[in-house]
Design a protein around this ligand. Structure first.
Ligand SMILES: Cc1ncc(COP(=O)(O)O)c(C=O)c1O
Length: 364
């Protein structure tokens, strides 16, 4: 039992009902009750992604979702463009390289969002099969303007892949309206479910690109050819098997999807906006500086410069005050701390975190 308030950018502090759902007796993955739960969950994801596309729920982490998004629509000999705002842009570059795919990048200064005009120029300069954008890069806490980027990408054949691991169900995102072809996420952040599930939603343009691949997909577990019939069967309520689903995690996901949809997506976005503003206000009052440029900070997390306080000591003392935050990643390691404020978070959690930070500063 973790008695401290977990305020890292995933895994987050989970709702008790969600955690309780994990401890239900495991049933067969073809049991009628499980089929109904899984089918319901998949249908719920159309409302969460805001898409008419096909949702996939697969056992694995967010990185698996990234690899699955990439390898099902692009192959060796084709070119990808990665909009890289931090560590998770780097990760997409590594995934493409691991599969022998040529990659170009648009690298922003860390803390800055991508410029849609620069993206247009780059897309005009070459034949890119896909472009990837990280909605919220968890290493810097910036949120890219997915809608403005989508309005550029829609003018090209290029497929628009969005990493929404640190944003789905927290930061405003409407897959179809933003012209996103493949949207992907992980369970442990704003979706509010323990780590272990990869989520994706493919639209028709993505399926068409998959169908036109010159060679068969060079992977097995992550091939949508293996998973599409399974997702469709669960939605119909039919028994099916390709690889055993994470039954208990899906119980938890079902509970969380119910909660998300009963809160309502717009209300949920508004709550995240309000709580993020409260967090930023409190940090500004303590004279901390955020990593993102003004106006580009995410609503799901905050990345904050230390103001000269020793990194590990600061976080250790903060944990003694009862609040766990994360350290920096990549080149910001040792320079910043990161606070998650997504999912089931409420204003008491924000107030408790700010108070603990204030006490830690006073005592250091
Ligand atoms: C934006 C983003 N993308 C991808 C990932 C990778 O997800 P996972 O650690 O679940 O593999 C993370 C993890 O923090 C993330 O924040």
């Amino acid at each position: 039992m973790c008695a401290k308030l977990l305020m890292i950018p995933g895994p987050i502090q989970f709702d008790h009902e969600v955690v309780r759902a994990l401890s239900k007796m495991t049933c067969s993955h073809v049991d009628p009750e499980f089929r109904e739960i899984f089918g319901d969950t998949l249908r719920g994801f159309r409302q969460i992604f805001r898409s008419e596309g096909q949702p996939f729920v697969i056992a694995g982490s967010g990185t698996l979702a990234m690899e699955m998004a990439a390898t099902n629509v692009i192959q060796r000999g084709e070119k990808a463009l990665v909009v890289n705002n931090g560590v998770f842009g780097d990760r997409f570059v590594s995934i493409f390289k691991a599969h022998g795919i040529d990659v170009d990048q648009i690298q922003t200064e860390w803390g800055k969002a991508a410029d849609p005009a620069e993206i247009r120029e780059k897309l005009e300069s070459d034949d890119y099969k896909v472009i990837t954008v990280t909605h919220v890069d968890t290493s810097t806490g910036i949120a890219n303007d997915l809608e403005a980027i989508g309005n550029v990408v829609k003018d090209f054949e290029t497929l628009y892949i969005v990493d929404a691991v640190c944003s789905l169900a927290g930061q405003r995102l409407y897959q179809d309206k933003y012209h996103v072809d493949v949207c992907l996420s992980g369970s442990q952040k704003a979706l509010g479910v323990p780590p272990g599930l990869a989520l994706l939603c493919f639209n028709q343009k993505a399926f068409d690109a998959h169908a036109k691949l010159k060679q068969p997909v060079e992977c097995f577990y992550t091939s949508i050819d293996n998973w599409l019939p399974i997702m469709q069967a669960y939605e119909r309520g039919d028994p099916s098997y390709f690889a055993t689903p994470a039954v208990n995690l899906i119980f938890a996901l079902h509970e969380s999807v119910k909660q998300i949809l009963s809160e309502g997506m717009e209300a949920r976005f508004a709550r995240h906006e309000k709580l993020a503003a409260m967090m930023r206000r409190g940090l500004n009052e303590m004279e901390f500086t955020l990593v993102p440029e003004d106006g580009w900070a995410a609503n799901t997390m905050s990345a904050v410069y230390h103001n000269g306080i020793a990194d590990a000591d600061f976080r250790r003392q903060l944990a003694q005050e009862g609040v766990v935050v994360a350290g920096g990643l990549g080149k910001l390691k040792g320079k910043i701390f990161r606070i998650g404020h997504m999912g089931a978070v409420n204003k008491n959690d924000i107030a408790a975190t700010l108070t603990a930070i204030q006490r830690t500063i006073e005592e250091s």
